[in-house]
Design a protein around this ligand. Structure first.
Ligand code: AP5
Ligand code: MG
Length: 190
């Protein structure tokens, strides 16, 4: 069965940074819902404008839209593709939907990695990135809102994966290569 990794963690915890390295090392397709949403916004489409109404405020995009988008992307890939899911699932409803989408394809999540980083460091990283990223949500006020939404809506996803016996904590501070080594060690236990 293909390897399917969920990378989890608060805004700024390093999901995107580590996903690129994981995708390369393990030959996985990197699927970032944040990147997919930003690509749609850059098109300036009506859908993109609707999405921006949520992301620019640090709020989640509705589950139905995200789940549809993901299902379409999964369908475009060869059947034996393994994935790294970055920034998805972000609600328990999304986690349930992912489980069903993968089950239909005779697959499942292999491991969920939770990148643990102190809140103070998250804010510093994102403010720093905001200096050059051009991301409308990398400002102090929206960062606070994203962290708040993470605690209220996304943190329960961890309990979902704990119940499935798939959740692994990864110390997410320190050098990028050290964190990557911890992640590789965890994936190699699968
Ligand atoms: P999304 O794009 O997923 O943003 P996020 O979760 O807020 O996380 P980030 O991408 O900001 O951080 P990251 O964990 O990827 O860290 P990174 O590697 O970049 O989502 C954006 C928005 O889209 C959401 O708010 C929501 O509105 C919407 N959305 C997306 N998915 C959705 C979904 N499934 N459902 C509903 N809505 C959804 O690192 C951060 C910074 O730190 C970088 O500058 C990096 O260089 C630096 N850094 C990384 N590692 C280290 C290290 N070890 N030490 C020092 N600096 C580091
Ligand atoms: Mg990211």
């Amino acid at each position: 069965m293909s390897l399917n990794v969920v990378i989890f963690g608060a805004p700024g915890s390093g999901k995107g940074t580590q996903s690129i390295m994981i995708a390369e090392k393990f030959g996985l397709k990197h699927l970032s819902t944040g990147d997919l949403l930003r690509a749609e916004q850059e098109k300036g489409s009506e859908l993109g404008q609707k999405i921006a109404g949520f992301t620019s405020q640090g709020n989640l995009v509705p589950d139905a839209l995200i789940i549809d988008m993901l299902a379409n992307v999964l369908d475009e890939q060869p059947a034996d593709t393994g994935f790294i899911f970055d920034g998805f699932p972000r609600t328990v409803a999304q986690a349930q939907a992912l489980k069903e989408m993968l089950a239909k394809r005779n697959k499942g999540v292999s491991i969920m990695l939770d990148l643990m980083v102190d809140e103070k460091e998250l804010v510093e990283r994102l403010l720093n990135r905001g200096l050059t990223s051009g991301r409308a949500d990398d400002n102090e006020e929206t960062i606070q809102r994203r962290i708040q939404v993470y605690h209220s809506k996304t943190a329960p996803v961890k309990d979902f994966y704990k119940q499935e016996g798939l959740s692994t904590d990864i110390a997410g501070s320190g050098a990028i290569d050290e964190i990557f080594a911890r992640i590789c060690a965890a994936i190699e236990t699968v």
